[in-house]
Design a protein around this ligand. Structure first.
Ligand SMILES: [Zn+2]
Length: 288
């Protein structure tokens, strides 16, 4: 075989070797292979079918608010392991692993920001952090950002993406539902506007508490929104579920949410709604 020239890698195979992992994405909506950078430029929405990818809290914040307007707060509020909970792994190990993969240390990021120049208190959940589960730290951060909104009389915007209460903190997680509801009721009493944005997926205790009690509730297209998952319901009632059950469009038809807003229009839409309330807010009278 010596008469054959020595094989050298051609430009094509060289190029292939240099392609880093993750440069392409498969769209769960249409199964097409997409160029990741292009999807990112399109606010993580498929250019072909409009599928909204699940994104991190940081990505959502940059899409939603005025550039450079976010000031994070309450990031020192973190979960401990009050029950000494162990399943297949101890709970502190699960938290440490989630922190290793995330820039943030909890399943929600809170702080002050501006949308179309209106100042707001903001909380954005991150499904990639332990399934966006609500433990005591998540509940406490929401309670504190609501306090800040009460103090400064600015609207509250919460973005949900969560599997529900955090099982590893047991009853302490469930108590967050009531705590957050009390805070939202206080906002309501003072006439402070609360806007809820629901992303895919939002289920369990988060649906059952703050996600579905906004003065206005917006959802992303085709987001799964429910309490128990469809499989559990189907097995319980032993009936076929209607087409599109627990998706944004179904909830809109049944009066559970106010509007479905594509991600690319979210900032402008939220800005318009906020201005409606902000510009017409009553002047506060100082009473003794
Ligand atoms: Zn697609």
């Amino acid at each position: 075989m010596s008469w054959l020239p020595t094989r050298r890698p051609g430009p094509k195979s060289q190029e292939k070797r240099e392609v880093p992992d993750g440069i392409w994405l498969k769209c769960p909506g249409c199964a097409e292979i997409l160029y990741r950078k292009e999807v990112e430029r399109n606010s993580w929405v498929c250019m072909l079918c409009g599928h909204h990818f699940r994104i991190s809290a940081d990505d959502y914040i940059s899409i939603l608010i005025d550039p450079e307007s976010f000031e994070e707060s309450f990031d020192s509020v973190v979960s401990i392991d009050p029950l000494g909970f162990v399943d297949s792994k101890p709970y502190p190990e699960r938290i440490a692993a989630a922190r290793g993969k995330n820039r943030h240390n909890e399943a929600i990021v809170t702080g002050k920001a501006r949308i179309e120049s209106v100042p707001i208190g903001l909380g954005v959940m991150d499904f990639k952090f332990l399934g966006g589960s609500m433990g005591s730290a998540v509940g406490e951060r929401i309670a504190r950002i609501a306090d800040l909104c009460l103090e400064e009389e600015i609207p509250l915007v919460l973005v949900s993406a969560s599997g529900g209460a955090r099982m590893q903190e047991g009853i302490l997680s469930l108590m967050q539902l009531a705590k957050v509801q009390v805070q939202l009721a206080r906002l309501g009493e003072k006439g402070i506007f609360y806007l809820s944005i629901i992303c895919d997926p939002t289920t369990g205790g988060v649906t059952a508490s703050f996600a579905t009690v906004g003065d206005i509730i917006l959802a992303e297209p085709n987001a799964l929104i429910g309490f128990a998952g469809p499989r559990v319901i189907q097995q319980t009632i032993k009936q076929d579920l209607p087409e599109g059950f627990q998706r944004s469009e179904f909830l809109l038809d049944h009066g559970m949410i106010d509007a479905i807003v594509p991600r690319a229009e979210m900032r402008a839409t939220v800005g318009r709604i906020l201005h409606h309330f902000w510009d017409s807010r009553p002047a506060r009278l100082d009473r003794p």
